[in-house]
Design a protein around this ligand. Structure first.
Ligand code: ATP
Length: 315
């Protein structure tokens, strides 16, 4: 049985001439234990899907189920299986400790004292918050609060964890700690659906990438397939003086000048490399003008390139 199953699901807002289709006939099956990254521009329908899966919003048509339970006819059962964590800080009592907040929200979820006692330290440790658990939440950084939110989401051992932009507003160090905390859940078998605009979240966490565009699923790929979509293995950023290369210029072995910017008497060209070979190096140093080169830096193809490319194709 799939952890999440969505069949011909649509959701419309408004009525009459004002109707807006936020989700349009989507199909999705997520096996147990998978971490799925949901990508898409603002307004693509990601939050709407999360709200339907967590029973906060009714579908307009079609169906969705969690571990075989329908989100409409078995909403109470679904609520016991699903936890949602939103990004951005809200909802904790600053003067209480992290542990006390966790206990409070766990009891609201109906956890027994016995189960709470058994779970608290384990879940705090899982998100890297055990040491800070007895400090007041008002002393926490945003990232620590966010990890405490994950602990609240996990304490009742949900089958499905829905994360809506969990790393929003976090600095890179905090965002990495949060990713570590989410990555640590992999062993628990929980199925995770994560919406994010941070491709690093996807790169380090997701098994599979689903891309929404105007309420429709336009790509559904494994992480490897997604990464492979760029069609190149690296980008070389070349800086030089003199005559800049022309976008579209191509060399043997298919290095290609993708973007060129000129400023202050210097130019910078991003050259995509489909595959490395001796001819690539010769072309890079020869064609671009060896006397005028100032700098050359290689970076591996990253998911942002792929996302920009796929999103660009949709415009
Ligand atoms: N309550 C509502 N009433 C009317 N329209 C809504 C409502 N909620 C969402 N929408 C519209 O539905 C579309 C999808 O919104 P949704 O919040 O699901 O997108 P999203 O992909 O989560 O975007 P973001 O990345 O900005 O969070 C948007 O065009 C939005 O304006």
């Amino acid at each position: 049985m799939n952890a999440i199953e969505v069949r011909r699901l649509s959701r419309r807002y408004g009525s009459g001439a004002q109707v807006h289709t936020a989700l349009d006939d989507i199909e999705l099956a997520v096996p147990e234990g998978q971490i799925i990254g949901l990508l898409g521009a603002n307004g693509a329908g990601k939050t709407t899907l999360i709200k339907i899966l967590s029973t906060l919003l009714l579908p307009s048509s079609g169906s969705a189920s969690v571990a075989g339970l329908d989100v409409v006819s078995a909403a109470r059962g679904v609520r016991r299986l699903v936890s949602v964590v939103y990004g951005g800080d809200r909802g904790f009592y600053g003067r209480l400790t992290g542990r006390a907040n966790l206990r409070f929200f766990a009891m609201l979820q109906g956890l027994s004292r016995h189960r709470l006692a058994a779970r608290t330290d384990a879940v705090l440790a899982e998100v890297g918050m055990l040491e800070a658990a007895d400090q007041r939440v008002e002393t926490y950084s945003r990232g620590m609060r966010q990890r405490l939110h994950i602990a609240v989401g996990m304490i009742a051992e949900p089958r499905v964890l829905l994360l809506d932009e969990p790393s929003i507003g976090l600095d890179p160090v905090e965002a990495q700690r949060l990713r570590d905390a989410i990555g640590a859940l992999r062993g628990s078998g929980v199925t995770v659906l994560i919406t994010t605009h941070q491709l690093l979240d996807i790169e380090s966490l997701a098994d599979r990438v689903v891309m929404l565009h105007r309420g429709r699923i336009v790509h559904d790929l494994s992480l490897d397939q997604f990464a492979g979509r760029s069609g190149h293995v690296a980008t070389v950023r070349v800086t030089g003086r003199g005559r800049p290369p022309t976008p579209g210029d191509q060399g043997p072995g298919a290095p290609q000048v993708a973007e060129v910017t000129v400023s202050g008497g210097q130019w910078t060209a991003d050259v995509t490399i489909a595959r490395w070979g001796p001819e690539t190096f010769r072309w890079l140093s020869g064609q671009l003008g060896p006397d005028t080169l100032i700098d050359m830096r290689v970076r591996s193809s990253r998911l942002e390139d792929v996302y920009r490319q796929l999103a660009g194709d949709l415009r």
